[in-house]
Design a protein around this ligand. Sequence first.
Ligand code: SF4
Ligand code: SF4
Length: 372
Amino acid sequence: MACGLCLPTCPTYQRTADESESPRGRIALMRAVAAGQLKPSAVLKAHIDHCLGCQACEAACPSRVPYGVLLADARALLAAQPPRPRVYHTLLRATQSPRLLALAYDAARTGLARLLPGPLAALPALPPRPAYRRPRATAGNRPVSLFLGCTARLEGDTLAAAMTILRHHGFAVSIPRQQGCCGALARHAGDTGLGERQERRNRRAFADSAGPVIGLASGCTAQLHADRAHGRPRFPAAVLDIHRFLADELPAASWRLKSLPKTIAVHEPCSLRNALQSADSVYTLLRHIPDARIVSLPDNKTCCGGAGDYFLREPAMATALRTAKRSAIADIEADIVVSANIGCRLQMRLGETSPVPIIHPLVVLAGQLGEA
Ligand code: SF4
Ligand code: SF4
């Protein structure tokens, strides 16, 4: 099947008009390697590395070709062609510890990143890190477990908002201490061993979860789902994006939010839109806010260029996509932009102060809790 209907949706094909930079071309290259017609090589790896993994192609494919699964296998196969610089592997190891990742983030903010080799030296300024407080488990009627991953310390405001909302609605929230990174960054780098270790750690951590496991960052939640798509052992509980969970669980009347006469533009992360197919749940929740005008950020189908570690290793394409997203934000003249994934929010804020707050949807919702 090579109908080409996915081509117009692919950001790298849109910008290069090169078949090898399209989903159809990449699948053809993967097939040639699988058939022994092509040997794994640095050139081949470059075409796979340029892929954002946004899965816009998969969402558009009428034949339901599982591009995300194919890409993950290709990344693992080509990981050593040539290996990534040592500094990437050091960063990957940092994801084993949320505390270490936060320290690395703070160090990069001070300009230390400019001393590192490769594209890290050209990393644009990182936005400030919101204050973080380790949340405590809460009592309630309905049990849920919170998946924090490795990035919780980078988004203290999101975590605090999630806890406020879950507590307000009477959920009993447990936060297993032994959990860790979802493994997405390791999988992107083709580091199967590290990805599997992180997956096993999380399965153990959530083995006794009484209710569903809910994730705050759609990229992490999508990775936990991808593990299932690959036929790896099942996560012990249902894994849900928090917007999907709240939109399905809570009737509109239970929110009773304060008025917010502002325009809120919704950015749809590829992980929420294409992988989890839950972008609608963000709109559903925000529409509970009286007087708020909820709009879609133009060109939501196109990736912002964050894409895990993509913004670090493919800076030219990532910058072009970020610039396009910033133009969309400027054109729409919203008061607030929301995005359900930390990687996308960081990418859209990288390098300069945004004139508009770019925050997690739950931060807006938590701020409006109370009697209308
Ligand atoms: S995942 Fe995104 S960048 Fe990669 S081939 Fe598909 S549409 Fe193109
Ligand atoms: S991946 Fe799907 S949409 Fe793209 S060329 Fe193949 S069959 Fe067509």
